[in-house]
Design a protein around this ligand. Structure first.
Ligand SMILES: *Cc1c(COP(=O)(O)O)cnc(C)c1O
Length: 430
């Protein structure tokens, strides 16, 4: 599959090159040149397909011929070595739990898939890359874990000192091997600015191949389309009109769901559920796309003022506002709404949701008000104990720590403190 830049000022390129470079030379996001729907019997026969078979069929066209079929089978099998259960709350609402991976965040799948692709591209030791990421919490842990031990890939994670949770910090800083954590004296925006400067620094990029591991990278973004097919498999015998409410920040996850829809998955509608960072909610009302600096909320993985994947969504719907609006609704909620929803979910369904999932639940409720016959699935994007302070404060009950989390809490933190870009650069060059 070839990929083109959504800025349309760079040559088309291969899957391999799109993954290794991250962004096109004109700074545009890469997008696949064509999308061929899956055959009808794939969906008719879905009950008989394993997760590995589903994922293999669904992503094959996007990664071939550079990743041979036998290699791809191994990559998806290793990537998907955990569960993706749908839990029914009532006849109209279910939740798709995406937190059963090693770091208990949905980003595990994308990180594991991308790491294995890069590992394959470096099979002859000729394609060494450095993955540079800034994280406000969840991405860093998933990337650290997903890339651990992958030959020819060095990972450097920047995180704001004192501004990630204890659990998140342990997940970033305790793995060792090819994973290095830089603790930045500053905010997440400072971390992100340093990463951006590094990508534009020709003295640096002439000496090393840098790439990103957030959802702008096609190998992080595309495998997320599996989730929607896995949920469909569990629900299609029970419900007709399946709608997904996706707690959205950079809009990578929801955009991957729209790719699944383009592959022929019968999804009736999408709901982009936002916290106070609501540029898309406002756009669907006013037709004006006005990014703003992000504001801090309790669902902080969605604190994004200018969602990077929205341009891909525009491309999927051919830049037609009306087509987009037929397929997408968006609602925005305050922290107070979110806490109230967490309590409601706990009291009514005896289910503990994290703040991101709770925003998704509210999106379902709003959509169902207008469309009472649909079945709405909200994505639970993180395990509630990853946001322990808020969760325990709201539901007034202690939460047991899952094994994956317990096992990292005893490990020793190793990080390097930096304050300036020059310190980052010196670190990378040594
Ligand atoms: C990253 C993240 C999101 C937002 O996903 P996008 O693909 O950026 O829209 C939502 N919830 C959690 C817990 C996350 O880590």
């Amino acid at each position: 599959m070839n990929y083109y830049s959504l800025n349309h000022k760079a040559p088309k390129t291969t899957f391999e090159n799109a993954v290794v470079k991250g962004l096109a030379p004109d700074k545009g996001l890469y997008f696949p040149e064509s999308i061929t729907p899956l055959p009808k019997d794939f969906f008719d026969n879905i009950d008989n397909l394993s997760h590995t078979e589903i994922a293999f069929q669904a992503i094959k066209q996007f990664v071939s011929p550079e990743i041979p079929e036998a290699v791809l089978k191994t990559i998806v099998e290793e990537t998907l070595s955990f569960d993706f259960p749908v839990i029914k709350l009532n006849d109209n609402i279910s939740t798709l739990e995406l937190f059963h991976g090693p770091t208990m965040a949905f980003k595990d799948v994308g990180a594991r898939f991308m790491a294995r692709c890069l590992g394959y591209f470096n099979k002859d030791n000729t394609n060494e890359v450095t993955v540079l990421v800034a994280t406000s919490g969840d991405t860093g842990g998933a990337v650290a874990n997903g890339f651990l031990g992958v030959k020819g890939v060095n990972v450097v994670i920047l995180y704001p000192s004192g501004k990630v949770s204890d659990i998140q910090e342990k997940q970033l800083t305790t793995l060792g091997q090819n994973i290095k954590a830089l603790e930045v004296n500053g905010t997440f925006d400072d971390c992100q600015a340093m990463v951006k400067t590094a990508f534009l620094d020709e003295e640096l990029t002439s000496k090393m191949q840098l790439t990103s591991a957030n959802s702008i990278n096609v190998a992080r973004w595309l495998p997320q389309l599996f989730y929607f097919i896995f949920a469909y498999k569990q629900l299609h015998n029970k419900y007709n009109d399946i709608v997904f409410s996706v707690p959205s920040g950079n809009f990578g996850n929801i955009c991957a769901g729209m790719m699944a829809q383009q592959l022929g998955l019968p999804i009736k509608h999408f709901v982009a559920s936002n916290n106070a960072n609501n540029v898309v909610t406002r756009y669907l009302i006013s037709k004006l796309y006005e990014p703003k600096p992000s504001v801090q909320t309790i669902s902080n993985a969605m604190d994004v003022g200018a969602p990077s994947n929205f341009i891909r969504i525009q491309e999927i719907y051919k830049n037609k506002f009306d087509t987009l609006k037929e397929n997408l609704s968006s609602y925005s909620y305050s922290d107070e709404d979110t806490k109230y929803a967490m309590l409601e979910i706990y009291n009514n369904f005896n289910y503990v949701a994290d703040p991101h999932g709770a925003v998704g639940y509210l999106g379902c409720k709003a959509y169902l008000k207008e469309n009472p016959n649909a079945h709405c699935v909200f994505l639970e994007t993180a395990h509630p104990t990853k946001f322990l302070d808020v969760v325990e404060d709201v539901i007034k009950e202690k939460q047991p720590l899952p094994e994956q989390i317990k096992s990292v809490m005893d490990n020793e933190k190793v990080s390097i403190k930096i304050s300036t870009y020059q310190e980052l650069k010196n670190f990378l060059l040594n």
